[in-house]
Design a protein around this ligand. Structure first.
Ligand SMILES: Cc1cc2nc3c(=O)[nH]c(=O)nc-3n(C[C@H](O)[C@H](O)[C@H](O)COP(=O)(O)OP(=O)(O)OC[C@H]3O[C@@H](n4cnc5c(N)ncnc54)[C@H](O)[C@@H]3O)c2cc1C
Length: 411
């Protein structure tokens, strides 16, 4: 593993703090102008790409901050490609909010697909996850993912394509393997990217990894034999996904937290860990609850490193939130978050709890259970949205390029 580690750059260190995110952003900015030319290369350490995704996914660092920093350092044409990639995250999030069935369908399929693997298929799946397929590159990326919690975008695309079209394994299980190990694992970016490679996201468009493309962009480090990879895709089909627009209609999301003199508590979760900046920062918060729900990792399918990293990130967000609002933060862990929040609201005499609404995914399930329990106890839960999401998500209903045109038109 040491030789592989050196070759694949396994020294990557994602410290789960906002300070570490800011340091990495500052370190990357001088290279952001070369991103368009360099981004497709996969190199040990991958210093030529931002490597900011674990922090962005938890909002330890905001998309708006990354875009502003890149645009302040460079002219727009010099960083357009980089900025465009940051907006891909927003696009996928907005798309999934409008078609949440893409998420539920995937979560329901994973155990079914896993149980359905028999004999050779099961062995092929185990070999793929362990990096023992004999396919150059693929095996390295499987191990790199498990060891570091990160993969370069191009390696993710090749990996997913080989998983689906060469190894003929269910795409849902590939997405689950990523979600178990990626520190940036995101319900929208992960599920929808796998769907995109599989040809489900954009009708008629699949992504087929080619041996010469892999050899070129890994600068010869990974060179699968041409005959090792499937030369073409096959069709995967599904029932159409229903589009919903409920989130755009919930006006309370941008409402103020409560009336004057009302005691308001803040629920902090790991999908927005910079509450001291933006919409919630001005609230008169009497108490913060950042208790870790112990069951979330099992329900989400996160491995130990992902769970540990996420919990540590929550701790970092909690420390900053406590300092910002000047209150003591409830920490620790519980096996029933909803009951914990009700108890906390009672003890603290809270009339209302405010939180950023988690996006479609594991934290939303926690949030909705908490909303029901708090409501039953007579405590209102006010969901808020960042303006970034409120403004951009409605444009994510179709393809990326109309979305990007809207972003550019808004300046
Ligand atoms: C099969 C597959 C699964 C993926 N799963 C995830 C995931 O779970 N979480 C995740 O954050 N990204 C995912 N991506 C998107 C992308 O690969 C990562 O965001 C990117 O590699 C992160 O590295 P970076 O920070 O160096 O990115 P850079 O290339 O430097 O980009 C900067 C930032 O822009 C955003 N970004 C860039 N490309 C994309 C993209 N294609 N889609 C969405 N956001 C993007 C990320 O927040 C990233 O940190 C996936 C891509 C594929 C093909």
């Amino acid at each position: 593993m040491a030789a592989l580690g050196a070759r694949m750059g396994m020294t990557i260190n994602f410290k789960p703090t906002r300070a570490a995110a800011q340091a990495r952003l500052a370190e990357f900015l001088p290279a952001a102008g070369a991103y368009a030319a360099e981004r497709n290369f996969v190199r040990p350490g991958n210093d030529h790409v931002a490597r900011l995704s674990p922090w962005l996914q938890k909002r330890l660092l905001l998309e708006s901050e990354v875009v502003a920093a890149a645009r302040a350092r460079w002219t727009f044409p010099a960083v357009e490609k980089f900025v465009q990639e940051v907006y891909w995250r927003t696009y996928w999030k907005g798309w999934l909010e409008q078609r949440p069935a893409a998420w539920t369908r995937w979560t329901e399929a994973v155990p079914r697909r896993r149980d359905g693997l028999r004999g050779e298929r099961r062995s092929a799946w185990e070999a793929a996850c362990a990096g023992r397929t004999g396919i150059a590159g693929f095996d390295d990326w499987a191990r790199e993912l498990v060891a570091t919690g990160y993969l370069h975008n191009h390696a993710r695309m090749w990996f997913a394509s080989i998983w689906i079209f060469t190894l003929r394994l269910p795409w849902e299980l590939g997405a689950a393997f990523f979600f178990e190990h990626l520190l940036d694992g995101d319900a929208a970016s992960n599920t929808l990217s796998w769907r995109w490679v599989a040809g489900l996201q954009t009708a008629g468009k699949t992504y087929v990894a080619r041996a010469d493309n892999i050899a070129h962009y890994t600068e010869g480090r990974c060179a699968p034999a041409a005959g090792q990879l499937a030369p073409a895709a096959f069709a995967i089909t599904e029932e159409p996904l229903l589009k919903v627009a409920a989130w755009t209609e919930a006006g309370s999301w941008s409402a103020a937290a409560g009336g004057a003199g009302e005691r308001v508590g803040l629920w902090l979760h790991a999908e927005d860990l910079a509450v001291e900046i933006g919409e919630l920062a001005g609230e008169n918060v009497a108490s913060v609850n950042a208790v870790w729900p112990t069951g979330i990792a099992g329900r989400a399918g996160w491995g130990e490193s992902v769970a540990g990293w996420t919990r540590a990130a929550l701790g970092d967000g909690a420390t900053r939130a406590g300092a910002h609002f000047g209150v003591v933060v409830m920490g620790g862990a519980t096996d029933d978050l909803a009951a914990e929040l009700v108890e906390w609201a009672k003890t603290q005499g809270l009339r209302r709890v405010v939180a950023y609404r988690p996006f479609v995914g594991p934290w939303l399930d926690e949030g909705l259970a908490a909303e029901r329990a708090l409501g039953a106890a007579g405590v209102a839960l006010t969901w808020r949205r960042r303006a970034w999401d409120t403004e951009l998500f409605p444009h994510a209903g179709r393809g990326y390029f109309p979305f990007w045109e809207r972003v550019k038109a808004a300046g």
